[in-house]
Ligand binder design. Structure first.
Ligand SMILES: [Zn+2]
Ligand SMILES: [Zn+2]
Length: 671
């Protein structure tokens, strides 16, 4: 109550002070550069919240944190010098992470009230929420406790306590946490220097933390604690096991409700679950972690995707090549993969005194194919494509279903062209992406132009500032001319040139980094690739690396989730299933099967002596698009009764009629 009364006065008071101070300290101004480049002057010591209020009160109410000179800050922290400035709301990752990390502090406060004497390790934000690792001593925690904690958190959130930042000396911090008896925080303090230590307090809870935090707990309106897990201290099995409590919070109940619905849907669509149920792929310990084996049904999908890619690339003037899976060390020294990317490659095999590596990229092999015959300007653009198999050593902790694996089949190609040809070639590649998106019904995607960072030339990026500027401008021009929306990101380019990263979103909003379209002005020189120009001089071609369909592994994982396993007919491993009502009709069913097979329809018969209801249910579960039910009437009339997955009964048709329709549907790759 007290707060409610006081606040308006405080605000009035602050405004009054501002008015007083402003004229007195006119020379104590700072320049704040807004994201649009506009520069505004504020009094030294102004906070992000002050700046937000000067822009709009509505905006100020939504602001969770601010980016000051590229660093995320509390909105209540005074800014004492000129700065670049960006406000962060729920829609920015920086804002969301600050919100979730602050929620971890709120959860810690609730845990401490329920389990006095609890000790805390760390509580970071994660992809979808946050966690805190805690040492509960002799106590245990169960699902029921999570519900109680949620109630306590909601109560504390309602108190709308401010998150208060305080700089503190190392001695004071050590004293505080020694008195509290929290050896984990003391361990963290050991690694910190005097002068860089801050603590944050909200309500009755104080944590060692570098921040930042949202202004107050009242921003947290909806809370769900999702999971309890064990986690070794510092991730080391030899250490004590702590309790990790996961949660997620939102600025409104509506957002939490939507999230929970999405979570349920995502579980149903999980590609690992569908991949197993539908017999798409398998893994085996004897083969090795992260090494996918495609079963017959998965292989059908692979072949259909490759057919699509080959048709599209053929239209685009690509030629196909095939290269081995290994190469000698010398090639990867030339390409620069060694020693820089040795960590992500399988260790070498020794043979005849030479080291051989499994390839982690197809590019070097393709460059050798380019170099195999002399080229003139007439041979360019030279486009070569391969569904290349590459091997990458992902850490075992990073492996995840089809998304992170150790053997990948990549929709790869390289285009070698002159500078003059670049615009058209790069644009054609972008058009190819858009064509594919249309086929797969991907209407949500983001293209990011990843640029270099001038201060990392010669370290992270090839040291050729002029070529960077030139090629970045070339890519920007193509994107702008083609009217493709894109965002620019600093310091995300490839080692050898700028690139377009494509992120797509599945129906349930899950994000996939699918593929990149990259410009490379460097490898051509490393591999001494040349062509003769019209006036007989020797030039190095530009190289475009592209893989619009990414890898089979990631793309099929995406498709399974995107379609919830109900693949369009052209991709479905089994396109039609014939379901005779009883044994009497098996002969006719086999005749129908042969007719469909003649037209390359992937078709099977369910000739088990099960009831038709059971057969339909099982076929539905296997997500087969068409079911052809055959009984007395169908045999007599020389027809089939058609059911469509998810649509039900489509009536009776002659086999020819059905064939005509399904063949058309496949040919057009209808969704
Ligand atoms: Zn914190
Ligand atoms: Zn490449």
């Amino acid at each position: 109550m007290c707060k409610l009364v006081l606040k308006p006065f405080l605000n009035l008071f602050c405004v009054a002070i501002d008015l007083l101070i402003l004229p007195l300290f006119m020379n104590e101004n700072i320049n704040i550069t807004l994201p649009d480049g506009a520069v505004r002057q504020y009094t030294k010591g102004a906070t992000a919240l002050d700046i937000a209020k000067s822009i709009s009160e509505g905006l100020a109410r939504k602001v969770l944190a601010a980016e000051i000179n590229g660093q995320v800050w509390d909105v209540t922290r005074p800014i004492n010098g000129d700065a670049s400035f960006k406000l962060l709301t729920w829609d920015d990752n920086g804002g969301k992470n600050t919100f979730w990390h602050s929620s971890a502090h709120l959860m810690a406060e609730a845990i401490e009230s329920m389990f006095p004497g609890v000790k805390f390790w760390v509580g970071p934000p994660v992809d979808n929420g946050f966690y805190y690792d805690v040492d509960l001593g002799d106590n245990t925690i169960n699902e029921e406790d999570l519900r109680k904690l949620e109630v306590k958190m909601a109560e504390l959130a309602k108190q709308n306590n401010n998150y208060i930042r305080k700089e503190i000396s190392k001695t004071d911090a050590v004293n505080y946490f020694s008195e509290k008896g929290d050896e984990y925080k003391l361990d963290l303090l050991q690694g910190l220097q005097d002068g860089e230590i801050t603590i944050y307090t909200q309500g009755g809870f104080t944590d060692l933390c570098r921040g930042p935090h949202i202004p107050a707990t009242g921003f947290i309106k909806a809370i769900k604690l999702t999971n309890i897990a064990g986690a070794y201290w510092k991730g080391d099995e030899k250490n004590k096991q702590l309790t990790r409590i996961y949660g997620v919070t939102f600025p409104s109940q509506k957002q939490l409700d939507e999230y929970l619905v999405l979570l349920e849907e995502a579980k149903k669509r999980d590609h690992r679950k569908l991949g197993k149920e539908l017999g798409i792929y398998t893994m085996d310990d004897d083969v090795g972690q992260g090494l996918i084996m495609w079963m017959p049904k998965g292989t059908v999908i692979i072949e259909e995707l490759e057919k699509l890619a080959k048709e599209t690339e053929n239209d685009g003037g690509y030629k196909r090549v095939v290269t081995p899976h290994i190469a000698k060390e010398s090639m990867y020294l030339t390409s620069g993969h060694l020693p820089y990317y040795a960590d992500s490659m399988y260790p070498p095999m020794e043979m005849d005194g030479e080291k051989y590596y499994l390839k982690s990229m197809n590019c070097p092999h393709h460059h050798k194919i380019y170099a195999a015959e002399p080229k003139s300007y007439r041979d360019l653009p030279y486009r070569i494509a391969e569904y290349g198999t590459v091997y990458r050593y992902e850490q075992s902790g990073e492996l995840f279903g089809l998304m992170r694996v150790r053997c990948l089949h990549m929709n790869d190609a390289h285009i070698y062209c002159t500078k003059e040809q670049f615009n058209e070639e790069f644009r054609a590649v972008n058009d190819m992406y858009l064509k594919y998106f249309k086929i797969f019904g991907i209407d949500k995607y983001v293209m990011r132009l990843s640029l270099h960072s001038p201060d990392k030339l010669g370290i992270k990026y090839v040291n050729d500032p002029e070529l960077w500027i030139e090629t970045e401008a070339m890519v920007r021009q193509v994107m702008t001319e083609a009217n493709i929306p894109f965002v620019e990101v600093q310091d995300e380019a490839a080692f050898y040139g700028p690139k377009i990263d494509v992120q797509i979103y599945s129906v349930i909003g899950r994000e996939f980094t699918l593929a990149t379209n990259q410009v490379d002005f460097s490898q051509g020189r490393s591999f001494k690739l040349h062509y003769t120009t019209q006036d007989n001089s020797i030039e190095t071609p530009l190289i475009i690396h592209r893989a619009p369909l990414g890898t089979h592994e990631r793309f099929i994982g995406f498709l399974l989730e995107h379609y919830a396993g109900k693949l369009p007919v052209w991709l479905a491993p089994v396109q039609a299933k014939i379901l005779p009502i009883s044994d009497k009709f098996t002969a006719y069913a086999k005749d129908v099967l042969q007719q469909l097979k003649k037209w390359d329809i992937r078709v099977e018969i369910d000739d088990r002596s099960e009831k038709i209801g059971r057969k339909i249910r099982d076929t539905e579960l296997m997500k087969v698009p068409y079911m052809l039910v055959i009984g007395e009437k169908e045999v007599t009339e020389n027809k089939v009764a058609i059911r469509r997955q998810g649509k039900g009964d489509l009536g009776t048709k002659s086999v020819d009629e059905f064939l005509k329709e399904i063949v058309e549907e496949v040919k057009e790759r209808r969704e």
